[in-house]
Design a protein around this ligand. Structure first.
Ligand SMILES: Cc1cc2nc3c(=O)[nH]c(=O)nc-3n(C[C@H](O)[C@H](O)[C@H](O)COP(=O)(O)O)c2cc1C
Length: 190
């Protein structure tokens, strides 16, 4: 099999996973994911702008999902129009399902510096490249996950409640939460 065939097979086999086996993700697997994340190209070079850390504490993960859902539900209830309220609630159905996942990757990026905002205005985030770098690194992580039998699912929906998420995850004021990635071993069919 050529490298291209192997890559194609890997790309074809990767799918978002939202249902995981209960066992924890071991340290070696998390290290593999971390290495793959760091190997992707990143704006500004090096690793300092972008960070990926792993949360494996089940209470923290559950609390994050439950609190996010609570704040989202309260937000929905505050919408006066029944039509908009229902649409919004439906829109959020896939945002806070991750309460039981064995691990969460938390991807953050240093905020765009003020000098760059002054220099480039609304194009500053594109030049800073934080989100694009996060996308590249995260995809690298997703592929690595697939090679070691881990299922994964990117999550940006929870960022609708970003203030709550950043507070609960203790994210520094200098950084922005870019996405979460739900992780766990895939359920094997008996
Ligand atoms: C940046 C990004 C954000 C996503 N956010 C969510 C999310 O909040 N909730 C969710 O259930 N899936 C989320 N997904 C997963 C997508 O729904 C999924 O990738 C898409 O349906 C394609 O399916 P596949 O990954 O199996 O190819 C996200 C995917 C990406 C790339």
């Amino acid at each position: 099999m050529t490298d291209y065939d192997a890559l194609t097979r890997l790309l074809e086999s990767r799918h978002s996973c939202r249902s995981f086996a209960p066992e924890p993700v071991d340290g070696k697997a998390l290290q593999n994911l971390s290495d793959a994340f760091a190997l992707a190209p990143q704006a500004g070079g090096g690793n300092r702008r972008l960070q990926c850390r792993f949360v494996t504490d089940q209470t923290t993960i559950r609390n994050l999902a439950e609190r996010g859902q609570e704040v989202f539900d309260a937000f929905c209830l505050s919408i006066p129009s029944p039509f908009v309220r229902e649409k919004t609630a439906r829109y959020g159905e896939n945002f806070f399902w991750f309460g039981e996942v064995p691990a969460l990757a938390v991807v953050t990026c240093r905020k765009v510096p003020v000098f760059l905002e002054q220099l480039a205005g609304h194009k500053a985030p594109l030049i800073w490249g934080g989100e694009l770098s996060a996308a590249m690194s995260s995809f690298s992580l997703l592929l690595a996950a697939e090679t070691i039998g881990l299922g994964a699912c990117c999550l940006t929906g929870p960022l609708l409640m970003w203030c709550e998420m950043e507070k609960l995850l203790n994210i520094s004021k200098r950084d922005s939460l870019i996405l979460l990635i739900a992780l766990g071993y895939k359920k094997t069919l008996l």
